[in-house]
Design a protein around this ligand. Structure first.
Ligand code: BG6
Ligand code: MG
Length: 214
């Protein structure tokens, strides 16, 4: 009954969730603000400025809008430096095989990422041709947990939402998939993706998604 699979990018297709964390950590350390991987779970799937707001919750200092933009930009410079090194080797284990299996079954595929760097990551991974459609931050007004990005992907694929499966590593992303009326697969931290319909340790378990297609 499912006809399309829509993938989140950061943390699902490649481990850029790690780079986002490391770049924020570097910035937080410089500002003397406490930040760790537990807090980082809340940053997954949310926009750059919203992520910064979460980090600044622990700051004594008040920052102006201009200062916030400066800080967000600084984090992005650290992040851009890290993603320069990405190659096709950085596809997470299980991803490539899973996409091939979907192709064999005639299932449509898309990427839905709110990252303004999604294009660079996709380019460096050399995976553009593997997907029928890619939607990023440039095409949407509202980020996850709003369903807009997943609905945009479904519409462009020409598949109704209830026939789509979304895959996410973030709480905001799982909420977005559910609100779009799609089947939600969560990968990674089980606590973070606990609202998902199916939870996988990582993409090597993607065979469990194929079982839903039979
Ligand atoms: C999401 C990440 O994919 O993109 C978030 O999960 C990140 O951690 C967001 O903040 C925005 O990314 P960028 O590259 O536009 O700062
Ligand atoms: Mg993600």
């Amino acid at each position: 009954k499912y006809e399309a699979v829509i993938f989140d990018l950061d943390g699902v297709i490649t481990d850029t969730a790690r780079y986002h964390y490391l770049a924020w950590k570097k910035l937080a350390d410089e500002l003397g603000i406490y930040f760790d991987e537990v807090i980082n779970e809340r940053l997954k799937g949310v926009s750059r400025l919203e992520s910064l707001e979460i980090i600044l919750e622990r700051s004594q200092k008040q920052y102006s809008q201009d200062e916030k933009e400066y800080l967000a930009n600084k984090k992005n410079e650290y992040y851009k430096e890290m993603i320069k090194k990405i190659t096709p080797e950085d596809l997470l284990p299980g991803v490539e095989k899973f996409i091939e299996e979907l192709k064999k079954r005639g299932i449509k595929t898309a990427i839905a990422s709110v990252s303004k760097n999604a294009f660079t990551v996709v380019e460096n991974l050399k995976i553009k041709d593997k997907f029928d459609y890619i939607v990023d931050a440039n095409e949407i007004k509202r980020g996850k947990p709003d369903p807009e990005i997943f609905l945009n992907a479904a519409e462009h694929l020409g598949i109704s939402p209830e026939k789509c499966i979304g895959i996410e590593d973030s709480a905001a992303g799982i909420t977005a998939i559910k609100r779009a009326g799609m089947f939600a697969v969560g990968v990674g931290n089980p606590e973070t993706v606990k609202e998902a319909d199916l939870i996988l340790k990582d993409m090597t378990e993607a065979g469990k998604i194929l079982e839903l297609l039979d």
